[in-house]
Design a protein around this ligand. Structure first.
Ligand SMILES: Cc1cc2nc3c(=O)[nH]c(=O)nc-3n(C[C@H](O)[C@H](O)[C@H](O)COP(=O)(O)O)c2cc1C
Length: 347
């Protein structure tokens, strides 16, 4: 099949990539003791690399023990954790694959059960609604971040990014989407601050820009991507307030601090109603590396590449169900449909 999506290509930062298929970050909850990566995780990621995925973004990987909010997810804070990721990166590299570590701070989407007993942090002290499925309890009451916390959390991201480099990753993806800590600053429903990190668009974007700047200073712009979700479906359709002005300000700021790689996510929404719509506004103001996806068929993904809207298309669930997605698409074979039952094991 003649397709841009399946062909290898050369990127000025990442080098040769085996295809324009990117594996979207997906939490799986199969870490080893002390939140380490395991040989099974190395098998899982390397099988996708072996089968032609151009770029793998790992599952959300927690930057600090107080940043966690989930059961059995990996971290990249300690030496032991950093060391454990080497088996994953080296196995992926054996197949000429590229792999980024998704760096994650859950903020208020957490509970003391996951943070070592301390209150989760957020932009404001507003508890997330609902029951946390991770421990079947209400979410923890967050503490609004204080001045010293900003430097601490920025340093947690910086150290995690440095650890990712030590572990052999090709880069990191800063998770600024899906209602987690940084998104809790973008969101006016949550961010009620009256200091420089709240209120206006400038204030709400400040923390994301500071973290990006510091991480780039530490490991270089060629190694840093950010993921944002300006329009998404998570318990209902949601767009950032002041969407266009916010995007204009944030993207100009990210550009200014040197960011060159961006992933636009809509969680599990219909792409064309959310990310796909926003990407049509982003492309003219973001001439750099741009990836996105969700819910797309192969033909639709290929079309987004052909028309120059995206540089790579992310696939998530299809890659859980089909480790050999690339080969199947190439041969025109039918894909196995994703089923939530598949999340109970890692293979
Ligand atoms: C099991 C599962 C876990 C996920 N975990 C993460 C995550 O850790 N970080 C993240 O940014 N997105 C996460 N997502 C969202 C995916 O990256 C992706 O945006 C979503 O699955 C839609 O793409 P798809 O239709 O190709 O599956 C997760 C999705 C699934 C299905």
């Amino acid at each position: 099949m003649n397709s841009n999506l399946l062909a290898s290509f050369q990127d000025s930062r990442l080098g040769t990539l085996r295809s324009r298929i990117a594996m979207a970050a997906m939490t799986r909850g199969f870490c080893g003791p002390n939140h380490t990566a395991t040989a099974l995780m190395a098998d899982y990621y390397s099988s996708r690399a072996a089968n032609g995925v151009g770029l793998i973004i790992t599952e959300g990987t927690v930057v600090h023990s107080t940043a966690d909010g989930y059961n059995n997810v990996p971290h990249i804070e300690t030496e032991e954790q950093t060391e454990s990721w080497k088996q994953v990166t080296s196995r992926v590299r054996q197949h000429q694959g590229k792999i980024f570590s998704q760096l994650w701070h859950c903020g208020r989407i957490s509970h003391e059960d996951f943070t070592g007993g301390v209150a989760p942090i957020s932009s404001s002290a507003i508890t997330a609604e609902g029951i946390n499925r991770q421990n079947s309890k209400p979410y923890g009451k967050p503490r609004a971040m204080e001045t010293a916390d900003f430097q601490d959390v920025t340093q947690q991201f910086v150290r995690a990014a440095q650890n990712a480099m030590e572990a052999g990753f090709d880069g990191v993806q800063l998770h600024f989407g899906h209602g987690y800590l940084i998104d809790q600053f973008f969101d006016t429903r949550i961010n009620q601050r009256t200091d420089g990190y709240g209120g206006s668009i400038v204030g709400r974007c400040r923390f994301a820009l500071e973290i990006t700047k510091q991480v780039i200073a530490a490991i270089g712009a060629d190694k840093v991507m950010a993921r944002i979700s300006p329009s998404r479906e998570m318990g209902g359709l949601y767009d950032w307030p002041d969407l266009e002005e916010m995007l204009a300000h944030l993207l100009a700021g990210l550009d200014r601090v040197g960011l060159r790689m961006l992933d636009i996510s809509c969680a599990n929404a219909d792409y064309y109603k959310t990310s796909g719509r926003v990407i049509r506004n982003i492309r003219p103001i973001w001439p750099h590396f741009l990836i996105g996806g969700a819910s797309l068929t192969f033909e639709q993904g290929d079309e987004e590449i052909q028309s120059g809207l995206l540089d790579m298309v992310t696939f998530g669930r299809a890659l859980i169900a089909n480790p050999d997605l690339h080969a199947k698409l190439l041969k025109g074979q039918e894909l196995v449909q994703f089923d939530r039952e598949m999340l109970t094991k890692l293979d």
